[in-house]
Design a protein around this ligand. Structure first.
Ligand code: FAD
Ligand code: MLT
Ligand code: ZN
Length: 470
C-alpha cells in the first residue's frame, strides 16, 4: 500500500473542491474524528475532508488517489469495531454533509437519501407518508444511512424486516480512484448483473464510499404492545423467545438483557426493573441466572390481545410480566434495554463481542460464556444482552475498575462461538477489532476471493486499509 504525502499542494487542491471550512488540519478540530464511540480505538489524522455531495466526493477521492493518501470514510462515528477512525494516519472523509432527503416515492414505497442523513432524520422524513425505515437502533440520532449500509447494521427489527442489506434497492458510490457508480432506479426486479448494493452492504468502507442510498420502506405499524418478561434462567428465556417467534405474527422486536447487564443498567437509570429480582433467589452461578425479554408486537390494529395470549401460554416459564400499551409506559420498559450500551460505557472501556449462535446452542452459550471469559481473564466482568429473536448476543466485557480486559478474552469467546457453529460478528462488522479472528468463520478460499474483489476495486489499497481484510 502506498502512503502519500499530505503537503500544501494537496491541501490547496482539496480546499479548491470542498472549501477551506471543510478541510480540517488543526488537531483540536480533528480529534473528535480520530477516536471511536467506545474510546477503545484512537489514532491521529493529518486531515479531515467534508464533501457536500457526490461530485465533491468523487473529486476528493481522485485527488487522494493520485497523491496515494489512504482514507477512512466516516459517517456518524458510532461504529463499535474501530472501523471508522484513522488507525495509522489515514485521512478521514466525513460524509455527514451529504444529508439531502429526496421526496418519498409513495408509489414505490421507497426513498433516496444522502449517505450522511441520520437514521432519526430518515425516520422523521418518511413518517408523514405512513411509511417506516426497516432498521432501527439506539444510535439513531447519530448513525448515518451510509454508515448503516457500510456495516449492514441490524438493530431491533431484523426479525421482521431483515438487516440493512435487505432495505437497499439502489446505491450510488465513489470508488477509490474517484469513479462514480450509480444505480438508483430501485426496480424491485432487476437482474442485470452484479448487485453493488449487496456488495457494499457490510464492506465497511473498504470497497467504495457510499454517497446515496435508495431504501425500501415498510407500512408503519402504529398500534404497539410491549411486554417485559422476567425469567429464572437463560434457558427459559431462550425457550420463550422461540415460542414467541412461532406464535406472534405481529412480533416486531424480541430483545434480551441478562442479569449482570440488567443490574448495571438499573443502577445507571436509578430504577429497578418492574418485574423480576436482581441478585435474589434467582441468582444462580457467577453470572446471575436471571434473564429478561422485551417483546414488542406492532400492527395496524391493536396487537395487545395477540401478545397477551402468547405470554399467557408461557406461564410455566415466565416468573413475572409487565405489559405496556401507551408510548410513555412502553418507553419505560424499553429504557432497560436501550440504555445498556450507555451504562456499560459509563462504567469503563468494554471489549464488545457481537455474536450469533444457532438456535439450538443459544442457551448453552449464554450459560457457558461467563466461564470462558473468566478462564481467559479472572478479573473480567461479562455483561450479556442482545437481539435474542435473531440469536444475536452482545457479549460485553469490562476489566476491573473499568479498564479494558485482556485481549485473550476476545479470542477465547470468539473461538467458543465458532466451535458452537456461530458467527463472530452478527451486526457490528469486523473493523479492526476482529481482524485476527476472521479466519474462524471464513475459509482461505473465501478470504482469497475477498482479496481479489478488494484489489479489483481498490488496487492501491487506499480505502480503509486497516479494516476487515487481514
Ligand atoms: P461509522 O461509525 O462512521 O462507520 C462505520 C463503518 O462504516 C466504518 O468502517 C466506516 O469506514 C464505514 N462507513 C461509514 N460511512 C460510510 C460511507 N458513506 N461509505 C462507505 N463506508 C462508510 N449497530 C447495529 O448493527 N445494531 C444495533 O442495534 C446498534 N446499536 C447501537 C447503539 C449504540 C448506542 C451505539 C453507539 C452503536 C450501535 N450500533 C448498532 C453500532 C453503529 O451504530 C452501527 O454500526 C452504524 O451502522 C454505524 O453508522 P455510522 O454512520 O455511525 O458509521
Ligand atoms: C445494541 O444492540 O444495543 C447495540 O448493538 C450496541 C451494543 O452492542 O452495545
Ligand atoms: Zn445490537
Amino acid at each position: 500500500m502506498s502512503t502519500g504525502v499530505v503537503d500544501a499542494g494537496l491541501i490547496d487542491e482539496l480546499t479548491g473542491i470542498v472549501g477551506t471550512a471543510h478541510v480540517l488540519e488543526d488537531p483540536e478540530m480533528t480529534a473528535g474524528y480520530s477516536i471511536d464511540w467506545t474510546r477503545r480505538f484512537a489514532g491521529t489524522t493529518p486531515l479531515v475532508i467534508r464533501p457536500s455531495d457526490t461530485a465533491e466526493t468523487a473529486a476528493v477521492m481522485s485527488v487522494l488517489a493520485t497523491a496515494g493518501v489512504p482514507v477512512v470514510p466516516q459517517g456518524g462515528n458510532t461504529g463499535l469495531v474501530g472501523g471508522s477512525v484513522p488507525l495509522a494516519g489515514e485521512a478521514v472523509l466525513s460524509m455527514r454533509r451529504l444529508n439531502e432527503c429526496e421526496p418519498v416515492d409513495e408509489l414505490a414505497s421507497q426513498v433516496t437519501l444522502g449517505a450522511g442523513v441520520t437514521l432519526a432524520g430518515a425516520q422523521a422524513h418518511v413518517a408523514s407518508s405512513g411509511l417506516s425505515v426497516g432498521v432501527d437502533l439506539a444510535a439513531r440520532d447519530s448513525a448515518t444511512i451510509g454508515g448503516m449500509v457500510a456495516t449492514n447494521a441490524g438493530g431491533i427489527n431484523v426479525l421482521r424486516y431483515g438487516a440493512m442489506r435487505a432495505q437497499v434497492v439502489g446505491i450510488e458510490a465513489v470508488l477509490a480512484d474517484g469513479t462514480v457508480v450509480s444505480h438508483l432506479a430501485g426496480l424491485e426486479k432487476d437482474n442485470t448483473g452484479y448487485d453493488f448494493g449487496s456488495l457494499l452492504a457490510g464492506s465497511e468502507g473498504t470497497l467504495g464510499v457510499i454517497t446515496r442510498v435508495r431504501l425500501r420502506l415498510h407500512p408503519t405499524q402504529p398500534e404497539r404492545a410491549t411486554a417485559l418478561l422476567a425469567f429464572e434462567t437463560a434457558a427459559d428465556a431462550v425457550s420463550a423467545a422461540a415460542a414467541l417467534r412461532r406464535s406472534v405474527a405481529s412480533l416486531h422486536a424480541l430483545e434480551a438483557v441478562f442479569e449482570r447487564a440488567m443490574t448495571l443498567v438499573s443502577r445507571h437509570l436509578g430504577v429497578a426493573p418492574p418485574v423480576g429480582s436482581l441478585g435474589g433467589d434467582s441468582h444462580r452461578g457467577p453470572d446471575g441466572g436471571g434473564a429478561w425479554l422485551i417483546a414488542e408486537a406492532a400492527a395496524r390494529t391493536d396487537p395487545s390481545d395477540e401478545l397477551g395470549a402468547a405470554v399467557e401460554e408461557l406461564a410455566d416459564l415466565v416468573v413475572d410480566a409487565a405489559v405496556a400499551l401507551d408510548p410513555t409506559s412502553r418507553q419505560r420498559l424499553w429504557a432497560f434495554r436501550e440504555n445498556v450500551t450507555e451504562a456499560i460505557s459509563a462504567a469503563g472501556i468494554p471489549h464488545k463481542l457481537d455474536v450469533t449462535l444457532p438456535a439450538a446452542r443459544l442457551a448453552e452459550f449464554v450459560d457457558g460464556v461467563p466461564d470462558v471469559i473468566r478462564t481467559a481473564d479472572p478479573d473480567a466482568q461479562p455483561l450479556l444482552f442482545g437481539h435474542l429473536g435473531d440469536g444475536n448476543v452482545h457479549v460485553n466485557v469490562l476489566g476491573p475498575d473499568g479498564v479494558e480486559p485482556s485481549e485473550e478474552v476476545d479470542d477465547a469467546v470468539l473461538r467458543y462461538v465458532a466451535e458452537l457453529g456461530g458467527s463472530i460478528s452478527a451486526e457490528h462488522g469486523i473493523g479492526t477489532a476482529k481482524l485476527s479472528q476472521l479466519h474462524l468463520n471464513r475459509s482461505e478460499a473465501e478470504l482469497a476471493a475477498f482479496g481479489a474483489i478488494k484489489r479489483a476495486l481498490d488496487p492501491a489499497g487506499l480505502l480503509n486499509p486497516n479494516v476487515l481484510l487481514p
